[in-house]
Design a protein around this ligand. Structure first.
Ligand code: ZN
Length: 441
């Protein structure tokens, strides 16, 4: 398939540039799953297209990467409000998760993918259980994802490791390389040194990334210091984990030494501002992290602590929280924010050709409607993009060269059926959990 997108304004995206650039009267040519031209219409080479998309003056930009989530948790939306992380997990979340089945996880995954596509997310990084069902959802929807089977180990038996390795062997680089796999030990507090050492060895053998939660709460950090005499980053480094590509979610309670260590090792931090605020976990020192040269991506975390998958809210909150806490309006630029939502995540997923609208790059992109009241008049294009754009302005989402969402319609998902299945699966889950609790009384 050869696609031309015309009648658009375009930003190629950013890696380390100080400002986001925009190209008026632009055109994008896509051949198969790759961009073959992105730039000024007047400079475009001749291109015979099978499909022409008229952007109608929309802004084309790279698709968003939601770098930390638990997609099937869409089924637990709005469950366990007003609890801190520890109580939220044990009182509200774990009893429901214990009743999950492959079918329920698939229903939650499809619902989550549908929500993400409608908000312009083209890749996500996930850690959960029943991961074959999540991978099937990614395969059939056309989405891109870095997936990991969540490894928990409280007794040193390392029983969760084998399914994690089997999942990686089965799915890594599947679906035309849209699916990549990580090893995903849940966190220091939910694992043992034995299993983390094995994860370290297997990440090297399989040449895949590690995805884990790090220093999410003060409780996590204090527990780690008590158990190992070190903060979680220092402990993970002592076991060699930070020498592998690592996606570290949260990183709220980082010391200056932790930040310097992460910068030195090139680890990717995933900032989840809404989840951290909602569970009263705290505010990550993102400004300090960026200043130290850390890679910072963003994520929503699971829906149950957000309570949606609209990454535009994280993009707006990331700079606002730093400005407000540092009392400095200059900290965190729109360009840093866009990089966090695109290129930093794409690189952490292991792609060197994703996250920019550039010749040779994978065709993951979105179109934003600029004829919406909250983005008129523009005055300042960078500020308009980060602070005034809403997720609902996304009018087209393309992954790997295929349009998956356009003007409220999904091309690979039956929207009505996915909503109905999601609602039904959530209700069945709640009923099962109540029945199980009654049995145990
Ligand atoms: Zn999480």
């Amino acid at each position: 398939m050869r696609t031309r997108i015309q009648n658009i304004i375009m930003t190629p995206g950013v890696r380390e540039e100080k400002h986001i650039s925009f190209v008026n009267d632009a055109e994008i040519h896509i051949h198969g799953n790759r961009i073959v031209y992105a730039g000024k219409k007047e400079c475009a080479p001749a291109f015979e297209a099978d499909q022409v998309i008229n952007g109608g003056g929309a802004l084309a930009m790279p698709g968003l990467c939601n770098m930390h989530t638990h997609t099937p948790m869409t089924l637990l939306r709005n469950v366990g409000s007003d609890l801190d992380l520890n109580n939220w997990l044990h009182q509200a979340i774990f009893p429901l998760e214990a009743c999950l089945t492959d079918e329920a996880v698939r229903a939650g995954t499809d619902l989550g993918i549908m929500e993400m596509l409608s908000f312009g997310t083209t890749s996500f990084c996930d850690m959960y259980m029943h991961m074959d069902a999540v991978a099937e959802g990614v395969l059939h929807s056309g989405m891109r994802a870095l997936l990991g089977h969540g490894i928990v180990d409280f007794d040193g038996s390392c029983a969760d490791l084998e399914p994690g390795i089997a999942f990686a062997k089965k799915w890594h680089k599947a679906a035309n390389d849209r699916i990549r796999v990580s090893l995903a030990p849940h966190s220091e507090g939910a694992t043992t040194p034995e299993v983390l050492q094995k994860v370290e060895q297997w990440a090297g053998k399989l040449k895949i990334a590690i995805h884990t939660h790090v220093s999410e709460t003060q409780f996590d950090v204090n527990g780690c210091i008590k158990r190992h005499g070190m903060t979680p980053p220092q402990y993970l480094d002592s076991l060699g984990l930070l020498s592998h590509p690592i996606v570290a979610a949260h990183c709220v309670w980082f010391t200056d030494k932790d930040i310097a260590l992460f910068a030195k090792r090139g680890c990717t931090i995933v900032h989840n501002p809404i989840s951290n605020l909602k569970l009263a976990s705290g505010i990550a020192p993102v400004h300090k992290m960026l200043q130290a040269g850390c890679k910072v991506a963003i994520g929503t975390d699971g829906v149950a602590s957000n309570n949606n998958l609209n990454l535009w809210e994280e993009m707006k909150l990331m700079p606002l929280l730093q400005k407000g806490t540092m009392l400095d309006p200059k900290v965190v630029s729109p360009a840093q924010c866009l990089a966090a939502a695109t290129t930093v995540g794409a690189e952490a997923m292991g792609y060197v050709d994703l996250g920019l609208l550039k010749e040779g790059y994978l065709a993951d992109l979105i179109l934003l409607d600029l004829n919406q009241p909250s983005v008129v008049p523009v005055n300042d294009m960078e500020n308009n993009l980060i602070y005034a754009t809403l997720g609902s302005h996304v009018k087209l989402t393309m992954v790997d060269g295929k349009v998956l969402y356009q003007n409220g319609q999904f091309t690979t998902l039956d929207g009505k059926a996915v909503l109905a299945r999601g609602a039904r699966a959530a209700q069945e889950l709640a009923e099962k959990a109540i029945a199980k609790a009654a049995e145990n009384v």
